[in-house]
Design a protein around this ligand. Sequence first.
Ligand code: B3K
Ligand code: ZN
Length: 839
Amino acid sequence: AATQYLADWQAYPFQIDQTRLTFHLDPRATRVLSQIEFRRIAPGDLVLDGVGLTTLHLAIDGKPVTATPEGERLVIRDLPDAFTFQAEVQIDPQANTALEGLYLSGGMFCTQCEAQGFRHITWYPDRPDVMAPFHVTIHSDMPVLLSNGNPVSQSAGMAEWHDPWPKPAYLFALVAGDLRAVSDSFTTMSGADVALNVWVRPGDEPRAGYALESLIRSMQWDERAYGREYDLSVFNIVAVDDFNMGAMENKGLNIFNSKLVLATAETATDGDYERIEGVIGHEYFHNWTGNRITCRDWFQLCLKEGLTVFRDQQFTSDMRSAAVKRIADVQTLRARQFREDAGPLAHPPRPDHYQEINNFYTATVYEKGAEVIGMLKRLVGDDAYRAALDLYFSRHDGQACTIEDWIAVFQDATGRDLTQFKLWYTDAGTPRLTMTETFTDGTLVLDFAQTTAPTPGQPEKPARVIPIALGLIGPNGDQVLDTTVLEMTDATQSFRFDGLGARPVVSLLRGFSAPVTVTRQMSPADQALLLAHDTDPFARWQAGHDLALDGLIARATGATGGAEFIRALAGVLDDAPADPAFAALCLALPGDEEIATTIATRGAVPDPDAIHAARRAMMTEIATAYEAQFAGLYDAMATETYHPDAKGAGRRSLRLACLAYLSRLDGGDRAQHLFASADNMTERQGALEQLIATGRAAQPLAEFEAQFRDNRLVMDKWFMVQPLRAAPGDAVARARELAARPDFDWKNPNRFRALIAGLTANHAAFHAADGSGYDFVAEWLMKLDPVNAQTTARMSSAFETFARYDTARQAKARAALQRIADLPGLSRNTAEMVTRILA
Ligand code: B3K
Ligand code: ZN
């Protein structure tokens, strides 16, 4: 397949003054009429994109034209400087299983156009730098007909919408179905009234309230934190069951995966509620960072995604606990992005080439893109950050921009030279920061060195700007230096601190001030000191986490370890009632995958079975050491009336952390009781997971199924927890049984992901020595590819770490990947992924 290069970008020679679309909806034969007013701004031909369209008619200024599509493009030459292009095409939404363009989900019409879905709807310049106001007319007998912008007219069988804000085609949306709205209204800071609707299927109305409240909180927050106001008379959100991603920020008409909208205490977990709030916020915040200011080309994707993730992280921190949110975000970053950055799929936040753009909606573009903005903010300070953002919004409103524009705004607002900082956008790989310390006569010298390993296509890595936030803790636990940000710009650099009484312990990389890995020699006693006394909650958690990780790695590689961590937990348990959510994070041992990653980073070969056994054994030991404390906290953390706020969620997370330990000793008795008595899904699912792990789940699983058979979202959990929590030796067999069930509706991305990602997240099962995990996953990826290439390609990244395991496992993974690569007609999406992984 052809590779696209950033360097090849060229401006489009025409501007669009108006796009008019008329839809005659029909499941098998939808007709789309378009009327597009083009005006020339530079020499060149008219190039339009289209895929899978049956073209019925094409005209320029009313005169039919005969143009033959060249592959997925239509080129029309010798055009006047201003003209109207008209087309009539026919498409088949029901045959659209890829869920890209116009498709059907549960009998309703809906669209997904980012990145390049609009070309599946009609001929158009399907690129983000071509922006136009849209006027849309929908003919259909569906009761609810929605598109972007403001409603113009509504009558039986027809609706007209007008979106005055020029937008690229990827933000187009249309929905038609039998839907019910849960509604409210919002008055913006300048006094404009906005109607808010969350559209769901009849019967789902009682489950849409939290999404609606989250929307209101998002609108308030963006006014307060960024001065950004909403700009249409209506904001619509629609929940659909079949969706490749989480949600989509179409202008004025966000379309959501129903799992990120629908929630009640009985059907959704605290984690689900938090994600709903976060993603509702994320899509809403895109209205300014993505829609009003969009991307010039798809290489700039992190311009909108990194910034919008950063904004949604700030929002969640403000709504909940900043410390807990930061720790959770760093854990996700390490688990997904560091993993990506260390393997064959590594790429910079702003890539400079791709084959299939949908393969670049990655942890690097999103989460690392957000970290880079966090670093910028830390370097320039909060006030300068706000000033730069104000300048960004005023300078670029209505434009399609680049990372260069973004950096220029910060340079102009602060006077700083950000040339070196830009490497964070253009270079792949996670820098390794090494620190050595010497302490003599009251002076502490810290020597830092940074190196970044080569990544595909980038052998050389120049030094980057690294903001290193640190503090110093004295031997008695007092803080002797408050948080200070060092700016490292060279490959090696030293910093000195004078006038210290005794050798302090360095609390390094506070708040995770840069997305780097840290290497330093540290005694378990110093780690325990930080875990007990650090004033920075992130660094405090990190100290305990490292202590646990070192102990687990020692055990998984045939040595002994972990004693200091187990001892230090006494303090964590004492403090637990004061901040249950934080304590729960400190009590959660690093997962198998993280242990494997760390072993590999240290140059050894991880053994999935030994890792799994070491982790289980350490849990039992911890449980035995603190059984009484766990039991006491387990009872004390019971919540009375369920409320999905951070406080209640924190108590339940601590309760479930205790349950995980207690289940190592009581054989699942408490879990069984909790499963039977809990009034909320958080505790029910938590209990069920423990019961699966202890092998006592047959009855509870049957009960759960009987109760929730008709609720797809809850049944997705049922499909997910079984392969995830089953003993590694049983998980693949269990997954095979589940895959054979008639309700394994594998064409639904949520259901497919539940089962397959449930298994791949069970580290020792997916990496089973006999290759059965690899075979099972490869088999299903090959089955899904012709139906839904986007989801297949995304999930193929489960294999990205294969080269770090032993040669026998590597050979089995390679063979499975090769079978995928050899599949006749393999999609461009999956082919690109598998080729990169095998390279
Ligand atoms: N912008 C969409 C993602 C579209 C995915 C296309 N494959 C969701 C988001 O990031 O908000
Ligand atoms: Zn986004």
